[in-house]
Design a protein around this ligand. Structure first.
Ligand SMILES: NC(=O)c1ccc[n+]([C@@H]2O[C@H](COP(=O)([O-])OP(=O)(O)OC[C@H]3O[C@@H](n4cnc5c(N)ncnc54)[C@H](O)[C@@H]3O)[C@@H](O)[C@H]2O)c1
Length: 371
């Protein structure tokens, strides 16, 4: 398998995303060209440190690069003010300077927190994303959105800060638990649904083998997802328009994540998959897309062994009005209007902020009643 390089063309902030095998083991050679001196700071979480830390250190040592490492506790709760402060103070105490590089080794939590720390340390240092979860490889490591959660909500504090390089090592996915892999796959499916019907066809054929561990297929899925994300980000870096398409399924997802307290009951990527199914259902009921499309989306998710329906979420959920209220708190609400990404068919989506409330209610009532 060749390493593929996808360029994110953002002028002076342009960078490469490398997708392939053995990239962490070769990290020294990959990162060396960026370094002013042979020293990097590595931010990771304790789980990823155990699974991948030694490979990274050996890879860096091969080029005589010395790493100083901070491993935070794993999980979404880590993405908070306290750990941002801890990370920034640690970088200062390690004498990381303006021309130095931070390496974020982990899933989206470490990528978002590490990227934000890099954005504000000494008014901004460069950072390298080494995404180790599927979600981070196909989504969060590319595009420069960084940040933390506030007690008032998710991702409410942050900055746009593009990485200088992204190393998406397919081998790292070997140690990722299956549930996290499938959650990340929710974002992969999202790309097919939002803009590439041919990719969705390909996923219907290859998804099961890819989930079972086929590395070539995994690399192809990551590559295509990154290409799509890079293309959208290049068109609309700071989400004035088209980048919103990446939020397919997310208005539903965010309400469900809030309703389940951002707990183990529902992982982000699981919520995205359920949200995509609901967005297609909504589109179909609005007469925008054929009735068969939502069924086809659900069928693929089922075949993959993923959560599809609200009844797949363990425990109680609030009623329709409460869920709509939770959607209204989403940070993507503009002037009080709920925004949805709707579809004319698989692979064709658009932004809508004029969804009639009664149709939305109908979709949620029915989705809740099958529980
Ligand atoms: N910045 C963006 O554009 C963007 C986009 C989507 C999501 N996000 C953010 O990403 C986060 C979710 O990312 P995530 O799903 O990667 O969560 P995560 O970082 O918590 O990783 C999931 C779990 O997998 C473990 N893990 C990761 N890689 C592993 C590996 N190779 N081997 C073994 N264990 C491994 C982690 O320790 C963690 O327990 C959320 O905070 C979300 O807001 C950001």
């Amino acid at each position: 398998m060749m390493t593929e390089t996808i360029r994110v063309p953002l002028g002076e902030r342009a960078y490469d995303v490398r997708v392939g095998r053995g990239l962490i083991a070769r990290a020294g050679a990959e990162i060396a060209p960026l370094l002013a001196r042979k020293r990097v700071a590595v931010l990771t979480d304790e789980t990823v440190a155990k699974a991948q830390g030694a490979v990274l250190e050996a890879g860096l040592a091969e080029r005589q690069i010395v790493a100083t490492t901070l491993a935070l506790p794993p999980g979404e709760a880590t993405k908070n003010w306290a750990n941002l402060q801890r990370t920034v103070e640690w970088l200062l105490s390690e004498k990381i300077e303006r021309r130095d590089v931070l390496v974020a080794l982990g899933g989206g939590v470490i990528g978002d927190l590490g990227g934000f720390a890099a954005a504000i340390l000494r008014r901004g240092i460069r950072f390298v994303q080494v995404p180790t979860s599927l979600l981070a490889q196909v989504d969060s490591s590319v595009g420069g959105k960084t940040g933390i959660n506030s007690p008032q909500g998710k991702n409410l504090v942050g900055a746009f800060h593009q990485p200088s390089l992204v190393l998406a090592d397919i081998d790292a996915l070997d140690t990722l638990p299956r549930r996290d892999f499938l959650a990340g796959y929710g974002e992969v499916v999202k790309y097919g649904l939002l803009g590439d019907a041919g990719f969705f066809d390909w996923l219907e054929t290859n998804g099961p083998a890819l989930a079972s561990g086929d590395r070539d297929l995994r690399a192809q899925a990551v590559r295509r997802s990154v290409e799509m994300k890079a293309e959208i980000v290049a068109r609309d870096e700071t989400e004035q328009g088209d980048r919103a398409l990446l939020n397919l399924g997310h208005t539903f997802c965010h309400a469900l994540e809030k309703a389940t307290g951002y707990s183990d009951r529902l992982l982000h990527g699981e919520g995205v998959a359920i949200g995509c199914a609901l967005a297609f259902e909504l589109s179909s009921r609005l007469g925008l897309c054929p009735q068969e499309e939502p069924s086809r989306v659900r069928q693929h998710l089922r075949e993959m062994g993923m959560k599809v329906d609200l009844s797949d979420i363990p425990g109680e959920l609030p009623d329709t009005e409460t869920l709509i209220g939770l959607m209204g708190q989403d940070k993507k609400v503009i002037d009080g209007r709920l925004r949805f990404i709707l579809s004319r068919r698989i692979g064709q989506t658009f932004v809508a902020d004029d969804v009639p409330a009664d149709v939305l209610r109908g979709v949620l009532n029915d989705a809740l009643s099958v529980r």
